[in-house]
Design a binder for this molecule. Structure first.
Ligand code: FUB
Ligand code: ZN
Length: 677
């Protein structure tokens, strides 16, 4: 792979070849926290090692440089260069949202820079930003798919600006990702240039789109501008961005584009089922939460609460993946959760995290983090290889081979989304409200938090998810506060916060919590959190210990594809049976009714816990009779599948003959990412 210096050298040259006056500089920035619960931002938390430390390192050392490299190789920067010198001769191909791969990777680089300052990377990003500034039209419009050849723009873009924005032009989608990247980079480095570029494009949209005289009444064909505009409002304090986000939401279902694909079949406040394109949907729900957090609009909150119940009760894979159908990259009907053909786009898993995170910030209930954690450890990180260098677009739960991760795609939404999501994870661990500190995720880290006006440094050390032991220490500061420790649903016997999945065995998982070596007996469990109130002091140590038995899970009987089958879990991790560990066909394997499991640490794939159990395998003997053989089945974490070649894999294992002999589903082809707009 080419080095970042290669790209930097070339980009610097490109940037110097073009001149443009710099955008206006805004003097005032205001950061507002409107959710009832305030996140501890990514800038204040550093993940220090173990499971997530390795993932962060892979993101830092491999994914982000790779994504920048792919932007170079795949004409992403070239589009900006062309936009600086438009020509009727350019053929505009690729996708009209290719600019967003650049924005998303800049966003990832921003999160990374805040934990690991790196002058060379910062200089590289600055040179990309210089190029973006030069590609921006004088009135702020920034959309290379048109600017590079206004007479013959991309064939999804429409002949005129905004004309196809409710369909496929993605102009507002590009704006949304630009804002997200710009705010992150501004917050990480203090540099305003990209923020000013985003503000100019946002102002251009605010001038042209709306309910006023001479404005166009249009909604985004792909959501994200809604949450991005709220983020821009939070950073600038300028209410017009909030108004624009509301306009986009309130106008949905009231323009000529009315269909489920982009959730415009009904006004947003009347929706109660998750339908259509899953990424568009979850980004919209996240945007509704963001607006509601500022405005207190309870009709938005009621709608997303209803939709969340629908997803978690009827449309969520055991891996936390969402969006069952390839056609339209969409949610299926209630209980439509096929395994081999599960679409489960990596971007939709990220959207699911966004939605659940925001619902936690609104309601303060740990159940949202239960869904978030399930998604994170399973259907989201399955989307990127352990080394950070290849990606899944769909994340199926069963395979007969012919499917593997790839370093990039023509439509590269998933790799670039992973580039920004992984390094943002430190921002999801803690939150505060008044004198409450919430510990939502367990991973080794150190964080500077402000609880009730007092600054504290808190650290965690743990090998979670392989062990349930977590050590929390107050490294600096003293504060009277309530430490709210999330007791995961899987510890409390709730597979998910609905009846979609349930534990199918008699195991129970207990937990203990000690403060300075003394068992905590009198703390209350409130909304899924163990609340420990005391005057916390420097040096205080909390030892949390969750039991981690191996559990079997059954799906609701209405899920036809999982009938007669069980899935295996340990802690937050969902397991699967894959061909390299088993010299028999995992698809014709019957689990015992009361399986006994053993666990062992293995150093493969960065280290993981393998599970083994006795099973029966079915196959035909040479005389054509059916043979049943006792076997020892090995299971690995679902996220770790497809690292050792292509072949059989399944999450749901039959316990009943009818399920074992059901037709083996066709594999999803690697290149079939079901790209339907
Ligand atoms: O349309 C932009 C992105 O491309 C979507 O979010 C993905 O689902 C893919 O269709
Ligand atoms: Zn994607």
């Amino acid at each position: 792979m080419k080095t970042i210096n290669h790209y930097l050298a070339r980009l610097t040259t490109v940037a110097m070849a073009v001149t443009l006056s710099l955008p206006a500089v805004y003097s005032k920035t205001i950061e507002k926290g409107h959710y009832p619960i305030t996140p501890v931002p990514f800038t204040a938390v550093k993940v220090t090692g173990d499971f997530w430390g390795a993932r962060m390192e892979a993101s830092r050392e491999v994914t982000i440089p790779l994504a920048f490299g792919k932007c170079e190789e795949n004409q992403r920067y070239e589009n900006f260069v062309r936009a600086t010198r438009p020509s009727d001769g350019y053929k505009v191909d690729g996708f009209p949202f290719d600019d967003t791969d650049v924005y998303k990777t800049i966003e990832g680089a921003a999160y990374r820079l805040s934990s690991f300052p790196d002058k060379r990377l910062e200089a590289y990003v600055d040179s990309v930003i210089d190029l973006m500034a030069k590609a921006q039209e004088p009135d702020g419009y920034l959309y290379t798919a048109r600017t590079q050849n206004p007479a013959h723009p991309h064939n999804w873009s429409g002949a005129k600006r905004w004309e196809a924005v409710e369909h496929l032009s993605h102009e507002f989608y590009n704006l949304g990702h630009l804002i997200e990247g710009a705010v992150a980079y501004y917050q990480a480095t203090g540099k305003r240039k990209i923020l000013d570029i985003a503000i100019r494009f946002a102002d251009c949209v605010c001038r042209n789109i709306g309910d006023g005289d001479g404005q166009l009444r249009l909604i985004p064909g792909h959501q994200i501008a809604e949450m991005a505009l709220v983020r821009l409002y939070n950073v600038t304090g300028d209410g017009k961005y909030l108004d624009q986000a509301r306009f986009f939401l309130d106008t949905r279902g009231k323009t000529s584009r009315r269909d489920t694909y982009l959730q415009s079949h009904l006004p947003v406040v009347e929706q109660d089922e998750a339908v259509g394109h899953a990424v568009r949907a979850t980004y919209m729900y996240a945007g509704m939460a963001d607006v509601a957090a500022v405005t207190g609009d309870s009709s938005y909150i009621k709608a997303i609460d209803r939709i969340w119940e629908n997803i978690v009760g009827k449309k969520l894979y055991i891996t936390g993946g969402i969006g069952a159908r390839h056609a339209g990259e969409a949610f299926g009907d209630n209980y439509e959760l096929p395994n081999a053909t599960a679409y489960n786009e990596t971007c939709a898993a990220i959207g699911n995290v966004y939605m659940n995170y925001r619902l936690f910030l609104l309601h303060g209930d740990a159940k949202y983090y239960d869904v978030l954690e399930r998604t994170l450890y399973n259907g989201l990180i399955s989307g990127v290889s352990v080394d950070g260098g290849s990606f899944f677009y769909p994340n199926p739960l069963s395979s007969t081979g012919g499917y593997s991760r790839k370093p990039w795609f023509g439509c590269a939404c998933c790799p670039s989304n992973i580039s920004r999501f992984m390094p943002s994870l430190p921002g999801y661990i803690y939150a505060v409200k008044d004198n409450n500190l919430y510990i939502n995720l367990f991973m080794s880290n150190t964080a500077d938090v402000n609880v009730g006006g007092r600054g504290l440094t808190v650290s965690q050390s743990t090998s979670y998810p392989w062990s349930g032991d977590v050590r929390v220490r107050i490294d600096k500061g003293n504060a009277p506060m309530a430490m709210n420790i999330r007791i995961p649903g899987w510890v409390q016997g709730n597979t998910v916060p609905s009846d979609l999945y349930r534990y199918a065995d008699k195991e129970t998982a207990g937990y203990t919590v000690k403060v300075n070596g003394v068992n905590v007996e009198d703390a209350k469990l409130r909304s899924g959190y163990l609340v420990i109130e005391r005057k916390w002091r420097k040096g205080d140590v909390v030892e949390i210990s969750f039991d981690m038995p191996v559990r079997t899970v059954k799906a609701h009987d209405a899920v036809a594809d999982d009938r007669g089958r069980v899935a295996v879990e340990r802690g937050p991790v969902v397991y699967c049976a894959e061909w390299p560990d088993n010299d028999f066909n995992v698809h014709s394997t019957l689990m015992n009714r009361n399986p006994k499991f053993e666990t062992r640490n293995d150093s493969i794939l960065g280290g993981l816990v393998k599970i083994t159990t006795d099973v029966q395998s079915l196959n035909y003997a040479s005389d054509g009779t059916l043979e049943v053989k006792p076997r020892r089945l090995t299971l690995i974490p679902y996220y770790a599948w497809a690292h050792r070649g292509e072949g059989n894999m399944t999450v749901w294992l039959p316990v009943e003959l009818s399920a074992a002999t059901a037709e083996t589903p066709k594999a999803v082809k690697a290149e079939d990412n079901g790209f339907f707009h």
